[in-house]
Design a protein around this ligand. Structure first.
Ligand code: GLC
Length: 798
């Protein structure tokens, strides 16, 4: 029996080992010749393969490879936002062994035989990243049998040398820790309720990662939407490889050396997150589902009576008539507009969920009420079909349903315009869900393999289009809201995604559990998403599935109150978890943190605008701010907001003290203003009512008095808290705009740069300058000095 078991195990491990064994693939041929054009260098190989380098910026080079054929003329990606790069200065040099391309920042050395690509720092010639073996493809179908969809295409792979102390970050939404070294990941958007650490894949695909070694960072964006694989040294300690079950070798190489610079370039390439309306930073409440309308009003009444700030209520699927998207249930919500107006008087916005599943309801089905969405879509032929021409009929909430082919431009437009039903009723934002797309018939996607999408006339199958489905649904929604309300910033939330999603949607990390393990994943997941170009993230505060308790809910708010997306949400059969559900003791603590979030709004908004402009996220791992401090490389139970606020939450039960790492410099305890020297670990008290928070000495943090909702008191003074460093200096920024319209894109904003310096016994605060044309109206700017005993010192403004 034992022997049998051992041999079964051996057999299994052999199967697993050979599953994605890229060493069996056929390497690309050696270089035969090359040709230079304005911004490209195209190599022809001995096996008639072609490799193309495109020089986009001094720190950005694209690599494409076509095996045994020319580089296809057609070049399209849903992820890419910018293709009009100004070619930077670059040179080519050749020797018998290699061809070297150099910009001012990167040197790309293409070794001729075998064809190996190497990236170096153009100034120091230091090696940053090098092929471990030539790029490869599955010429003989050796990996076909293990492919999810054997008809998808041919496996392609790129293998890089694994640095002895190289670290890996980003890769979007993974139920994993911050440093992904030794990890193996699959990208295939999947509906995975109740996922736990290690579950993979989950909802999103962002095939972009950062490598960091000796403090020097690079980025690789493998823009291939097929089911893809990333191995950061799991299968071999020699290589980190990535590959896909079809499509091209098509990757972008970014050189830092700073991660922040890479994130900026990545945002240039795949799109900068537009600013959502300011109220999106407000506190949000949801559950599956609040109905009827009077219950929604009751939730809001409770919030207001209990003095808990709130900006948004979400309507989950039960607001609809039998889960038919773009309808309201007449019994539950007879007059959505009246509800919106009533809530509006209390400062509350309403967001509705919209799923991709359109109820399959042909006219002949005998329904008294016809379903115009199905009828219109069918008539216009906008729904997905199988390769034999049949409608694709998955099962989702409405039962048998159909999905829109969002690759069709006119279908996207139609879908976007349908949102008029919501905007006419004053619905403020749209929550797009189930967009992996989830299909209850088969959650893996197997049932969808022969679904064909228009895809720019190429008529491609699910293998290519699954991972971009949510991106295009979010795009259709965003563009629809933009057309319907051109004077307002769209607000869209998504569960699934592909790279570029930040142009259209904010996101949350899906159906988490109400457990401590799930809470512990919040910080690495939010920070990793931030390192993957998605700054506006959050999770269901309190967890979605299962039962929270007062302690878990409080600790969950102590992370969530600083996440861009702060929404408490609960599954249909889960125990209620609004802030008051576990008693006054916990409610009082939650109130303290929600109020603090609102006090910090100017700081959060200033940092969010930075994310929009620079691609550097608001919710950061410490390594982003302290890239040369190796103590931060694995630190994923602490985070920072912007440059200045460090938070060390408690994510375990019954814990009231923890170690906190403070990077070099001086830090103020946020609660006591006591100063600490950084560069070390300190032990900090963390009773349930206190999350350890520290402010970087040298910071100036703008705040407002607490409020019930973001727009409540526009004229309130702004108080800037000054935390001088050891030299008595501090500086900070305040960003303001109307918080609603897209006018900020045309310069209607005000960025105020402030400094403070000690002079004698006092402090001088200087407004160093302002940028932009927005006038915030009459509002006072006050300055409060921190860390000088208990009495704040008023400052003289110059
Ligand atoms: C999915 C969503 C969840 C929602 C539910 C019902 O599970 O992730 O947030 O409540 O569907 O719409």
């Amino acid at each position: 029996m034992k022997i049998l078991l051992i041999s079964v195990c051996c057999f299994l491990s052999a199967v697993v080992a050979s599953a994605q064994d890229i060493t069996v693939l056929e390497p690309i041929g050696a270089v035969e010749s090359f040709q230079r054009t304005e911004n490209k260098l195209t190599f022809r190989c001995r096996d008639n393969s072609h490799v193309q380098l495109t020089i986009l910026a001094p720190d950005l080079v694209r690599v494409r490879a076509a095996f045994r054929k020319a580089i296809p003329a057609k070049d399209h990606s849903w992820a890419i936002a910018k293709d009009d790069w100004t070619t930077p200065r670059w040179t080519v040099n050749e020797s018998t062994e290699a061809v070297t391309v150099a910009t001012d920042e990167i040197e790309v050395i293409v070794r001729r035989s075998p064809l190996l690509i190497e990236f170096r720092d153009a100034r120091t010639h230091q090696l940053i990243n090098a092929d471990e073996r030539p790029m490869a493809h599955d010429a003989q179908g050796k990996l076909t049998a293990m492919m999810f969809d054997p008809k998808a295409g041919s496996f392609v792979a790129v293998s890089k040398k694994l640095g002895f102390d190289e670290r890996f970050y980003g890769l979007g939404e993974k139920a994993a820790r911050l440093d992904k070294r030794r990890g193996f990941f699959v990208n295939w958007n999947s509906d995975t309720p109740g996922y736990t650490e290690g579950k993979d894949p989950i909802y999103q695909t962002i095939p972009f990662y950062l490598g960091l070694q000796r403090g020097v960072a690079y980025g690789i964006f493998f823009d291939n939407s097929y089911r893809s694989y990333f191995d950061f040294g799991r299968s071999s300690n020699q290589r980190a490889w990535f590959g896909a079950e079809g499509g091209e070798v098509n990757y972008y190489f970014f050189y830092g050396p700073s991660i922040k610079k890479i994130l900026g370039r990545y945002a240039d390439l795949t799109g900068h997150m537009p600013l959502p309306p300011l109220w999106a930073l407000g506190n949000q409440q949801s559950r599956w589902s609040y109905y009827p309308d009077t219950m929604v009003e009751e939730v809001v009444r409770q919030y207001r009576e209990r003095d808990l700030p709130l900006d948004v209520i979400h309507l989950d699927i039960d607001y609809m008539r039998g889960y038919r998207v773009f309808t309201f249930d007449q019994q539950r919500f007879p007059n959505p507009k009246a509800l919106v107006d009533k809530l509006g008087q209390r400062g509350i916005k309403l967001v509705t969920i919209v799923d991709p599943g359109v109820k399959h309801e042909p006219r002949a089905s005998g329904n008294a009420e016809r379903y115009f969405v199905f009828e219109q879509g069918l008539e216009k032929n906008y729904f997905q079909r199988r390769s034999n021409g049949d409608l694709f009929v998955p099962r989702v909430w409405p039962g048998e349903s159909v999905f829109v082919d969002y690759t069709l431009p006119e279908a996207r437009r139609w879908w976007g315009d349908l949102h008029r039903i919501y905007t006419d009723n004053g619905i403020a934002g749209i929550w797009t869900d189930m967009n992996e797309p989830s299909d209850f018939v088969d959650q893996t996607g197997k049932n969808q393999l022969d679904v064909v999408s228009y895809d720019e006339g190429e008529k491609t199958t699910h293998a290519k289009n699954r991972n971009t489905f949510a991106l295009l649904m979010a795009r259709a929604t965003y563009e629809g809201l933009e057309r319907l309300r051109p004077d307002q910033r769209p607000y869209v939330i998504t569960r699934a995604a592909y790279a570029g999603i930040q142009r259209y949607a904010t996101m949350w990390i899906g159906d988490t559990n109400s457990t401590w393990e799930a809470l512990a994943l919040n910080v690495p997941m939010f920070t990793s998403l931030g390192l993957s170009g998605e700054p506006f993230v959050g999770s269901d505060v309190g967890g979605f599935i299962g039962r929270a308790n007062g302690e878990l809910l409080v600790r969950s708010y102590q992370v969530g109150f600083l996440a861009p997306f702060c929404r408490n949400h609960k599954v249909i059969d889960g125990y209620d978890q609004e802030p008051w559900r576990f008693g006054k003791y916990y409610e009082d603590i939650i109130r303290k943190y929600l109020k603090l979030r609102y006090e910090l709004l100017p700081f959060l908004y200033t940092t969010l605008e930075e994310a929009h402009r620079t691609g550097v996220p608001l919710f950061r791992p410490l390594l982003l701010n302290y890239q040369t401090d190796a103590n931060t490389y694995n630190l994923d139970d602490q985070f920072m907001i912007g440059e200045d606020l460090l938070v060390a939450p408690i994510v375990k039960p019954d814990v009231t003290r923890r170690l906190v790492y403070l990077p070099a410099g001086t830090w103020y305890d946020y609660w006591t203003n006591k100063k600490h020297m950084g560069g070390t670990m300190i032990s900090v008290e963390a009773p349930l009512e206190t999350v350890p928070m520290f402010v970087r000495a040298g910071a100036m943090i703008p705040t407002v008095p607490p409020r019930n909702y973001v727009g409540e008191k526009p004229g309130d003074p702004i108080t800037v808290n000054v935390y001088p460093d050891d030299k008595g200096l501090a500086s900070g920024t305040l960003y303001e705009d109307d918080g609603k319209s897209p006018a900020y894109k045309r310069g209607m904003f005000l960025r105020t740069r402030m400094t403070a310096r000690r002079e004698g016994n006092g402090f001088i605060v200087t407004i160093e300058g302002t940028e932009g044309e927005y006038s915030p109206g009459m509002r006072a700017l006050n300055f409060v000095l921190k860390g000088r005993g208990s009495t704040p010192v008023r400052l003289r403004k110059t």
